[in-house]
Design a protein around this ligand. Sequence first.
Ligand code: ASP
Ligand code: MG
Length: 445
Amino acid sequence: MKFGGTSVGDVAAFDRVRGIVGSLAGRKPIVVVSAMTRVTDALLAAFEHARNGNLDNAKSSLEPHFERHVEVAKHFLGDGRSGVFDTELELARGELSDLLLRTSRRSLPLSMLKDAIVSYGEQLSSRLLTEVLRNNGVPARHIDSRRLIVTDDEFGAAEALWDETRDLLRLEFASRADADEVPTMGGFIAANRAGETTTLGRGGSDYSAALVAAAVDAGELQIWTDVTGVMTCDPRICGDARTIPVLSYEEAAELAYFGAKVLHPKTIKPAVDHGIPVRVCNTFEPDAVGTMVVAESGETPNKIKSIAHKKGITILRITSARMLGSYGFMSAVFQVFDRYRTVIDVISTSEVSIALTLDNTDAVDKIVEELRRLGDVEVDPGYAVVCVVGEGLRASTGLASKVFSTIKDVNIALVSHGASAVNLTFVVREEDVANVIMKLHAEFF
Ligand code: ASP
Ligand code: MG
């Protein structure tokens, strides 16, 4: 069971988690928890302050966040509390202060210091949650993830060394059959072979949880967040959007781009590789079933499972007679984007032109300047990508026709279909997108 930052944001949130873990204790869960919401950002900001020499600022900016932990501790652990967490917090305060000082003096590699600093979010949340559980009727045991998850040396975006990690996790959890304590560990944090603290990249707690689930061959990986699974479309556009009961890994991966609310395919990969079902659950609605993500979801009668969208999209078109019948042209175009580290999302090509979409246009001026050497370039902002996802989409006759005839009064600027068996993507003007989503949702759901 992985709980995200908003699921442990304050007293009320901790209370919900306590209830949820308690009610499922019989299924022998392992709990993985993110930092309290906003704490990772605050730690990163403190690191930046320290790096810029504002040491006092760095330290004082963390105080309100320590205070949030204290509030939760006071509420659940009471006045006569064991003091275990208080001691931890005092130690953390001192250690962070040292690390920030080292950062301002650059007395260790900065990437290493940054991970050490940012790891306190999960160090503290996991210790706090363990104490909250223990003191409220759910026997629990804290585990320092840095003991079990071994990574490479890519500070800030480390990857687990699977064989070692798996063996350590299995050893740790081998004798659980008769143990009634719920192991509770921080997500996101790990250590390299030398024992130095590393982190798994933003949002990395899901990855930690997937590693644990894969290693122990869990019956299920539950990702507890603040939405009820994956929806048929954005509920802010259609009031009758509903939760999708079952999605395939492939469908979930196609939807991932359209919002952090959906699982990132990279983070859940260890679970996917081991065929472990992943369930997205809502802390605020613990009794709802949420969305189950499995290897094979099967087709639904109307094929379509979800209609996702994203606004703020810019279309870039490159036209060049040189492209006709030549090789290497696309490669030359893509190299420009590579140089400016700019992600391309949707692509469509003809004999002499390429159209593609970007959602990050920070470097677009420079990119256009370079692309002009290859051909004529047009930049067209103000679009939205619409992505229709469902098993059987590519193979079904008449489905594209049904999609487009439902929105026949709307101009389609770009289409991409066939790359994936489960995805039909097209681009419309931003001002049309709400209308498009509503019409499609009404037609297919
Ligand atoms: N706390 C980390 C972050 O905010 C990891 C996570 O929440 O998954 O990115
Ligand atoms: Mg998070």
